[in-house]
Design a protein around this ligand. Structure first.
Ligand code: NAD
Length: 249
């Protein structure tokens, strides 16, 4: 396994699911981990699982002031950020473009896309002054196809794919790499309490059924670990499905 000894890794949405698995995996590989989540309790629980190598940081990635405080906490506590995993995200209700409310559209875009931008924007100056870094964005199969989620989630994840490529190209000469994973359906808490739109669920169902196997969050973490590691030192701007073959169907 690649060592992340001496590295500092900031993971958003690390209180649950894929982000929690990423935080634990980076810590196991030797990194100090800044465990960010909007839910302070769950951030604290993941940090407690890790122990001394973790710093819990409650922050809302969709809020500029909260993100500025997050970057400050990371730098004050750890001095640098070598790896940023922009992982925090929320589902939509699978509502189709004609049916989604403007409020839902704006909320999902704000967290999934603007949140990814805000944290990247806050951390990039530190990576530039350090002379490098690696960013791994958690997009989705919905970032490359139209039938895997509702309109807002699909647009937000296509946006994350675009931002990934923009950052990758912009800073390739500065030692900063930016890649994205596209998880297929994964066993997490993301759909808890979501009331799905019946028309959307009916239209998207056949595509979702192609993702026959559910992944474990740890399988996403392993892919992120590789992309953030020196083993992937020339991998930049890659959009990597981690879906057991779903996108190949
Ligand atoms: P999850 O709900 O288990 O974990 C997401 C975490 O993000 C939660 O702890 C939540 O509190 C946190 N979060 C939500 N909004 C936040 C905000 N504004 N600021 C900071 N933290 C916030 O879900 P998950 O499945 O682990 O989701 C992680 C990422 O994986 C998301 O970007 C999601 O879109 C993506 N994804 C998940 C699946 C899947 O099937 N689970 C598939 C494709 C992509």
């Amino acid at each position: 396994m690649t060592s992340f000894d001496t590295k500092v890794c900031l993971v958003t949405g690390a209180g649950s699911g894929i982000g929690r698995a990423m935080a634990l995996a980076f810590a196991k590989a030797g990194a100090r981990v800044v465990v960010c989540d909007i839910d302070a309790g769950s951030a604290g629980r993941t940090a407690a699982e890790i122990g001394d190598a973790a710093v819990a940081a409650a922050a809302d990635v969709s809020d500029e002031a909260s993100v500025a405080a997050l970057a400050e906490t990371a730098i004050e506590a750890c001095g640098r950020v070598d790896v940023l995993c922009n992982n925090a995200g929320i589902m939509d209700t699978m509502a189709l473009p004609a049916d989604i409310t403007v409020e839902q559209w704006e909320r999902v875009l704000r967290v999934n896309l603007t949140g990814t931008f805000l944290v990247t924007h806050a951390v990039l100056p530190h990576m530039l002054s350090q002379g490098g870094g690696a960013i791994v964005n958690t997009a989705s199969e919905a970032g490359i196809r139209g039938g895997a989620a509702g309109a807002a989630y699909t647009a937000s994840k296509h946006g994350v794919v675009g931002l990934t490529k923009s950052v990758a190209w912009a800073y390739a000469k500065d030692g900063i790499r930016c890649n994205a994973i596209l998880p297929g359906p994964t066993m997490t808490n993301i759909a808890d309490g979501t009331a799905f739109d019946p028309a959307g669920a009916a239209r998207l169902g056949p595509v979702l059924a192609l993702g026959e196997r559910l992944a474990q969050p740890e399988q996403m973490a392993e892919a992120a670990l590789f992309l953030a590691s020196d083993a992937a030192s020339f991998v930049n701007g890659a959009i990597v499905p981690v879906d057991g073959g779903w996108s190949a169907a």
